[in-house]
Design a protein around this ligand. Sequence first.
Ligand SMILES: Cc1ncc(C[n+]2csc(CCOP(=O)(O)OP(=O)(O)O)c2C)c(N)n1
Ligand SMILES: [Mg+2]
Length: 299
Amino acid sequence: MNADLLALAKGLASTGIRPSGMAAAHLTEIAREVRAKVLRMAHSGKTPHVGSALSCVDILVALYFDCMRVDPTNPDNPARDRFILSKGHGCMALYAVLAQRGFFPAGELKTYALDGGHFPEHPAVGCIPGIDLATGSLGHGLSVGAGLALAAKINGLNYRTYVLLSDGECEEGSIWEAALFAPARGLANLTVIVDYNKWSAMGRTMHRVGFLSKKWEAFGWNTVEVNGHDTHAIIGALRKTPVGQPLAIVAHTVKGKGVSFMEDNLEWHYRPPTSADLERALCELSARDVRMHRQMVIA
Ligand SMILES: Cc1ncc(C[n+]2csc(CCOP(=O)(O)OP(=O)(O)O)c2C)c(N)n1
Ligand SMILES: [Mg+2]
């Protein structure tokens, strides 16, 4: 744990262990802020994976602003729920959500991807508060998550473990070994969310649409499909904690979600935004926000 950042986090006002019941408009505003932060990071760090990060923003907002019991002022609290971003290349979204939730000051994000900064392009334990596992090499997160869930069960602890997978990594055999293990051990304290954006790094993922959730079900998981950009639908799914079985949420998402020219466009797996791209994207995000606000006022 980085002592400086932890000290700064302790100085921030605590938002409590679980800020449940936030209004839809508030969560939408948080997601918009997070997307803007992601775009700024990708631009300043000149890094790839902006589409991957934008894909999972709403899922992370649902987790950190409703479902997960975490305390930014005590990020290592042994009672906290555990989170593994198995698709580690999407970490700009996680960094931005942690900042938004008060784990460290948002200004620190300016050091993203800089030598000597706290924010590597793939997350590592100890760089910033709130990272439970170093990830980036795809396919390992669920095995570790199953281990954390099993440890909780053995030790009689009631934390829950959440693992966010990408659909590309669901093409790896190690995921399905862990998927077989968790129901066999009755790990009802484990939740998987699949960011199902239908893209991998080089093209479309191989899962036939409609079959991915059937696969989880066949492996013994309680399975739900949701719109991965409808925060309240995600929250509804996350709150369904089945008895005796782990929970898999297949979240239908759009890579690059929130910025029209990045949506469903694989180019943004690789391309960092230029200054012009950034300006256009930020304008679009705020315009969408204004439109949404107007619709809400009218409704
Ligand atoms: C074991 C491993 N192989 C290859 C890569 C390189 N790589 C980075 S992202 C990615 C796939 C991206 O697609 P997906 O996993 O679906 O994530 P998305 O960006 O769509 O959320 C790959 C193959 C990796 N990180 N780890
Ligand atoms: Mg994908």
